[in-house]
Design a protein around this ligand. Structure first.
Ligand SMILES: *Cc1c(COP(=O)(O)O)cnc(C)c1O
Length: 245
């Protein structure tokens, strides 16, 4: 079987998994968007999946966005940034037309983003990344600081906060994984109740190839799936999720 057919078949399987999870949770599958996590994936394969009806792609590294930019230019899609963002990469994020930064997790980043957006007379959609698993190695604001941080970021009028993102605990103990996702939803619900200006906090980006069902049961509006669509990656995830150091 060629890889194009494999990708299409994988997308069908994920569609089924989404529908089953939604049914179990009493939700409509239309409430759950599939973001294609495309780190290391070639433009050709990305185009296959995008043209199959999944127009949101997520990249972890600015240099990959840059490298694939021309090849993807003719294929309408939305690019979300889902990796750790260094402030010196903000200019390029804007230059290459990123539509949403899902990993805003510190004030300095928000400040510099605001300043650059003002300079270029642009706006940006963002999600706030929360470290719900408490793992030392993961980025994201701590759950306790999520709301205070949100209130600070709201002051930046070029930044539109659309919700929250998390990476669940990597564990086969599903109840612990579930608690991560539940925590993110609770933070979102509390935040939505504050009725802050310029925010629309409905997005919950959570769940990946291995735990998307649990995330959907806990309210995910966007799942981020890589290996279950495109197969195993050549690089270990530590390449993309470097230690905070
Ligand atoms: C790679 C990645 C995913 C997808 O992971 P898979 O296990 O391949 O589905 C989701 N979110 C982020 C932030 C990622 O870097």
């Amino acid at each position: 079987m060629n890889s194009k057919n494999e990708i299409l078949q994988n997308l069908n399987t994920i569609g089924e998994r989404i529908r089953n999870a939604c049914e179990k949770a009493g939700r409509s599958p239309e409430e759950v968007k599939l973001l294609l996590a495309v780190k290391t994936v070639t433009p050709e394969k990305i185009i296959t999946a995008v043209e199959a009806g999944f127009p949101i792609i997520g990249e972890n590294k600015v240099q990959e966005i840059k490298a694939k930019y021309e090849a993807l230019e003719e294929t309408p899609h939305e690019t979300h940034f889902i990796g750790h963002l260094q402030t010196n990469k903000i200019k390029e994020i804007l230059r290459y037309g990123v539509d949403c930064i899902q990993t805003v997790d510190r004030l300095k980043l928000a400040e510099k983003l605001q300043r650059r957006l003002e300079f270029e007379d642009k706006t940006m959609d963002v999600l706030i990344q929360v470290n719900t698993s408490g793992e030392e190695s993961k980025f994201g604001v701590s759950p306790a600081h999520a709301i205070p941080f949100l209130k600070e970021v709201v002051a930046f009028d070029r930044i539109f906060i659309r919700g929250f993102m998390t990476i669940g605990l990597f564990s086969a103990e599903w109840e612990k994984v579930r608690l991560c996702f539940r925590l993110l939803r609770e933070i979102r619900d509390e935040a939505a109740g504050l009725n802050l200006p310029r925010t629309d906090l409905k997005e919950l980006s959570m769940g990946m190839s291995g735990d998307l069902e649990i995330a959907i049961e806990e309210g995910a509006t966007m799942i981020r799936v890589g290996t279950a669509v495109f197969g195993e990656r050549m690089y270990p995830d530590s390449y993309y999720w470097p230690d905070k150091g």
